[in-house]
Ligand binder design. Structure first.
Ligand SMILES: [Cu+2]
Length: 135
């Protein structure tokens, strides 16, 4: 019983850790791909140079309800002339709310990023690309 309690406590702590506590949430970009609509959100409503916390939200295109997308990855790249593309990625973890994923990404400079989001789970398997400026 003691062991079970300890396990449950650890579980709650892990879940609690994945919660964004922001005064408000602004949308940076939305993207529809087949059956899902993906919204990229943050507190500031834009990505800036340095570290950025963000949320990816998956909803069903049909009924507008949050949808569990399973395993979700986000990667970004920026092509710069005379250089190899700058790549940055984020590992996303599920929030307490279904369909919400939390991530942090770091950008060394400004400029428009090509963003690729991929998912694999109950909502099916897919990926989509869109661009987001880093200011
Ligand atoms: Cu760059």
């Amino acid at each position: 019983m003691k062991r079970l309690t300890a396990m449950l406590t650890a579980f709650v702590v892990v879940l609690g850790f994945g919660t964004a506590v922001w005064a408000e949430e602004k949308t940076l970009a939305t993207q529809k791909s087949k059956d899902v609509v993906i919204a990229l959100k943050s507190e500031a409503g834009q990505w800036t140079r340095g570290k950025n916390d963000f949320v990816l939200e998956f909803t069903s295109a049909k009924d507008k309800q949050p949808t569990d997308a399973g395993k979700v990855t986000l990667s970004t790249s920026m092509t710069m002339s005379g250089m190899t593309p700058m790549i940055a990625g984020a590992i996303l973890k599920p929030d307490k709310t279904p369909g919400r994923y939390l991530g942090t990404i770091e950008f060394p400079d400004t400029g428009t990023r090509q963003v690729t989001v991929a998912w694999d789970g109950p909502a099916g398997k897919g990926s989509t690309k869109f661009s987001v400026p880093v200011r």
